[in-house]
Write a protein that binds this ligand. Sequence first.
Ligand code: NAD
Length: 254
Amino acid sequence: MISMIGTDSLYDEVALLNDMIASSDNIVFFGGAGVSTESGIPDYRSKDGLYNQKFSHPPEVMLSRPYFEEDPAGFFIFYREKMVCLTAKPNAAHLKLAELEKAGKLKGIITQNIDGLHQAAGSRNVLELHGSVHRNNCMKCGAFYGVDRIMASGDDGSGIPECPVCGGIIKPSVVLYSEPLDNDVIAEAIGLISDADVLIIGGTSLAVYPAAGLINYYTGNRLVVINLEDTDPSGRADLFIQGKIGEVLSRINV
Ligand code: NAD
């Protein structure tokens, strides 16, 4: 494994990453909340992340299916305030990944994020393991709604978004803790990862399963990890770059 820390060595690391990217047209990116922190959306586990803020319960409780059922009003207060950030714009990492796809080098993005910023940057093949704040459905009749309906419900009555067609609760299509992931999305993600010759993992603590387990399907020898903290204690990566993913990827030539 090659691992270098600090700006002096960043030049060499980026050169290695550039070589890997130049020699492949079958790159896959697997990312998490750290990809969007440079867009101003907090992650969970960094020092400014949601775990280090004060709420009545930790995020994995506030964002769990049992909590949603027990206290939907409380769920939606937390959800609207902490999980939806409609002013955030794609950062250099999102933009470079979209550029790599357009250039025919990146086959797909597998993300744990629910913010839709990869699509906003222009990426087309994005597998959202945990769903998206932009898709919402009535739990009773299935009618589809955009995120505006969820946000508007904060201003009226109970704060619980209600379907104007049948009166059912509108639920965001995000995977809550204790809910299963979509089998088709998992199967597609496994296919992409198993076939990839370069796998770049970025901005994720790899602490949330089953998403994190998907990287075990990679069998190649160009595994790159880009993260602020050392999330590769086992030294599995062929190249570990410790740094901000937007800053690192903005130095990649396409
Ligand atoms: P996490 O908070 O557990 O880990 C984030 C990791 O990214 C940390 O290791 C941190 O050091 C690193 N990081 C932070 N900023 C970075 C940067 N600029 N460059 C490189 N690395 C950076 O997040 P996770 O692993 O994705 O798992 C948490 C769960 O939270 C996921 O299931 C995800 O759905 C959800 N989540 C999503 C969003 C979002 O959609 N933007 C935000 C918060 C949480």
